[in-house]
Design a protein around this ligand. Structure first.
Ligand code: CTP
Ligand code: MG
Length: 165
């Protein structure tokens, strides 16, 4: 199999994890769809993270990561999936934290920050258990903004997302 396809299979738990909060965003599982920052504002008077970052999302990500790590036997493992999923959702939180500090409201388009925050942390967090070749990292950082954009357009058309970015 071509190394590009293998790289996508290896990172797939991160993509699935990152999409999972959006897919479940209409449901309030166990009442966990509440803001992770508890609605609190930071020193600058802006929200720490905002209403788009929920407890449900941060729990779903690693769970879905583990599931795909298991399903993609041979390319991933449940532990790799966990680290990819947790890394993806953690990176997404870092992205939102920075957006709020820049004064951007929830849902604002932050361009490459929105498209690369999750993948950067997913690759870094999984690095202790996944052997990432430099060319794989470059390839994945290159394709992810496009993958993310297409996934968001699909989510928007399916009325799961308010914005197509
Ligand atoms: N989501 C969630 N919990 C998370 C991450 C995402 O519930 N930890 C859900 C929310 O419904 C969110 C949607 O997935 O609105 C899309 O995620 P994202 O685009 O990252 O959030 P935004 O609403 O655009 O907010 P932000 O400006 O902070 O990125
Ligand atoms: Mg967004």
């Amino acid at each position: 199999m071509h190394w590009c396809i293998e790289a996508v299979l290896k990172v797939f738990p991160a993509y699935a994890a990152n999409a999972s909060p959006v897919i479940f965003s209409r449901m309030n599982l166990f009442g966990l769809r509440r803001p992770l920052d508890g609605g609190k504002v930071a020193w600058d008077g802006k929200r720490w993270l905002g209403d788009g970052k929920t407890v449900q999302g941060i729990l779903l990500g690693p769970l879905v990561g583990v599931l795909f790590g298991f399903l993609l036997r041979g390319y991933s493992t449940p532990l790799a999936g966990f680290l990819l999923g947790f890394g993806a959702l953690f990176g997404d939180l870092v992205g939102s934290f920075l957006k709020r500090r820049f004064g951007m409201p929830r849902g604002a388009n932050a361009g490459l920050l929105d498209r690369l925050d999750f993948i950067s942390f997913a690759l870094a967090f999984s690095a202790p258990v996944v052997r990432w070749e430099p060319k794989e990292v470059v390839f994945l950082l290159f394709i992810t903004p496009a993958v993310h954009r297409i996934a968001n357009i699909i989510g928007y058309l399916m009325r799961l997302k308010k914005e197509p970015w």
